[in-house]
Design a protein. Structure first.
Length: 144
């Protein structure tokens, strides 16, 4: 696992393309732009996964998290999520937000296992018409 910089934007875009449907994948320029902003941070797992998040004041949000198909069901997403939670806490965030497609039950199970609670829903949010479920995790008093 290593911290990503703008120099890793092409790698991140390639991982994102492999993990998501073409219409949902982010391009290299998107990752480079996001990583140029110091409120954003990212980690890459060598086996094939990434997490990109931002922390502003007392709130953090996971912007994207993914593993490539060949790397799924190996605990990589859980490690990436742990890194994002820890870095959010280090940056003095008190709550961490994310959204997930309502039809992505493996991801929902992961977030629930990490203590996230569903807090809302965005209807027809994704290009395929799937709803987005909103989750949050209080990390203010969390010990690491």
């Amino acid at each position: 696992m290593f911290a990503a910089t703008r120099a890793h934007a092409a790698l991140m875009a390639a991982l994102h393309r492999e993990a998501f449907a073409a219409e949902a994948a982010w391009d290299e320029e998107s990752f480079a732009t996001l990583l140029a902003n110091p409120v954003n941070f990212a980690f890459i797992h060598e086996t094939g996964g990434l997490v990109l998040a931002q922390a502003v004041l007392d709130q953090a949000e996971i912007l994207t998290i993914c593993t490539i198909p060949a790397a799924r069901r190996q605990g990589i997403a859980s490690l990436l999520l742990d890194y994002a939670i820890t870095e959010s806490k280090r940056r003095l965030s008190e709550v961490l937000f994310l959204e997930v497609a309502a039809d992505n039950s493996p991801a929902q199970a992961l977030y629930l296992a990490h203590g996230f609670k569903q807090t809302g829903k965005r209807t027809n949010y994704y290009p395929n018409g799937a709803d987005a479920l909103l989750y949050s995790l209080s990390i203010k008093d969390r010990l690491f």
